[in-house]
Ligand binder design. Structure first.
Ligand SMILES: Nc1nc2c(ncn2[C@@H]2O[C@H](COP(=O)(O)OP(=O)(O)OP(=O)(O)O)[C@@H](O)[C@H]2O)c(=O)[nH]1
Ligand SMILES: [Zn+2]
Length: 380
């Protein structure tokens, strides 16, 4: 059964969307299905305020899938504003909204491989000849922005082939922006299980797992020691597989993780939240792409932007939700990052003290730490 009810009689699209959204509750499972479909190379559709877009993610497409999606070579390519800046298409986009996504018109010569080179900045050095391109502000800009957001959530490059909804041909299966918001809503997190977990540095520890019904990622809390009436010493640790597991020297995550466990154990009581926000929320593969750009000379900030992502895509509301479910509304926070303090406050958890969490640099992470200090407001 189609999710979107039929409307009766003539009415404007804007009016119709309002009617439909009033009638249709947000469906986080519809967003989960779209994320899954994107990862498998299937088209998805997103409805915004001025219509809907049908979208095929560049990263999981191939020439055959593109030909099936767009037999007439008419589907423009949707890219982020950050990518448009690198491609020097900024004079062709909507100057009033500099962060708005951009669409590049397709031409017969703009084939699948060219689209991949447009989407992926890692290829800029090997394929420097591009264009001429005709770029415009994205059609249905809110749906276009939502598509880029969904690509980030799925851990894919933010680039799509796009078909706008044609007049009289309604895309019935389109998900809505509210579906995506509800999929990402930290209020959907549930405490699912807990068990004793002695760890190196803190034998008196308990692990608590949280998840939503739709997301494959489980966020974890490690409760260390016994509550003593004082606000717990808390560390928000964002996942870093390369640093946490492989001992990468490019960042300070591994040493920070272990130092946090020791500091909390020494304090007598506290909580380490292990948040599944790999790569500051862009996912492992996109973080490794950012590392490849860093190998070309870009710093951690510029690498994210050139890929088409925000410098930091994390939502610390997840941490606030977990702490509140654990009954903690006032914490001492181990961090050098003022955004974490603000993020917790916005989520209803008061940071009564910010405790610095600085680890000595090594020759491989010196520049990374300097960039955090100089460009992202870390107190280092
Ligand atoms: N996108 C991206 N993510 C990175 C990079 N280096 C580390 N990360 C991720 O950054 C997150 C850790 O964040 P940091 O900025 O080091 O520290 P912080 O957590 O913001 O701040 P502190 O609490 O002061 O440590 C982890 O998810 C890492 O995977 C990078 O170069 N690019
Ligand atoms: Zn790291």
């Amino acid at each position: 059964m189609p999710r979107l009810a039929q409307t009766i009689g003539p009415c404007s699209d804007r009016h119709r969307v309002r009617l439909l959204s009033a009638a249709t509750p947000a469906d986080p499972r519809a967003a989960a299905r779209a994320i899954d479909a994107m990862r498998r190379g299937w088209p998805i559709a997103i409805r915004g305020g001025e219509g809907a877009l049908s979208l095929l993610a560049v990263e999981t497409a191939d020439a055959e899938r593109l030909a099936a999606f767009d037999p007439h070579i008419a589907a423009p390519l949707l890219i982020s504003a950050g990518r448009a800046v690198t491609l020097k298409l900024t004079n062709q986009r909507d100057a009033a909204v500099p962060d708005a996504p951009v669409m590049i018109a397709r031409r017969p010569w703009l084939d699948f491989d060219t689209a991949v080179a447009l989407a992926d900045p890692q290829l800029d050095l090997s394929t420097p000849m591009k264009g001429p391109f005709r770029a415009t502000a994205a059609l249905v800009p809110d749906a276009a922005a939502a598509a880029l957001r969904l690509a980030r959530i799925a851990g894919l490059l933010p680039a799509f082939f796009v078909h706008p909804e044609a007049p009289g041909r309604r895309i019935a299966e389109a998900i809505t922006l509210a579906d995506i918001d509800s999929h990402q809503d930290p209020a959907r997190l549930r405490l699912v299980t807990r068990a004793r977990l002695p760890v190196a540095g803190a034998e008196d520890a308990e692990i608590v797992a949280f998840r939503t019904p739709e997301s494959p990622d489980e966020h974890l809390a490690l409760l260390i020691g016994q509550p003593n009436g004082a606000p717990p010493l808390v560390r928000l640790h964002s996942e870093c597989l390369t640093g946490d597991v492989l001992g990468s020297l490019k960042c300070d995550c591994g040493p920070q993780l272990h130092a946090a466990i020791h500091a909390i154990a020494e304090n007598g009581w506290g909580i380490l939240l292990y948040l599944r926000q790999e790569g500051r929320g862009i996912g492992l593969v996109n973080k490794l792409r950012a590392y490849a750009l860093q190998d070309q000379g870009f710093d951690t900030v510029d690498a994210n932007v050139r890929l088409g992502f925000a410098v930091d895509a994390r939502d610390f509301g997840v941490a606030g939700q977990m702490l509140r479910q654990l009954g903690q509304h006032r914490v001492r926070l181990l961090t050098n990052n003022p955004d974490k303090v603000a993020g917790l406050a916005a989520a209803g958890v008061k940071v009564v003290e910010q405790v610095p969490h600085r680890l000595p640099p090594n020759p491989h992470n010196e520049r990374y730490l300097a960039t955090k200090r100089d460009r992202t407001g870390h107190q280092l």
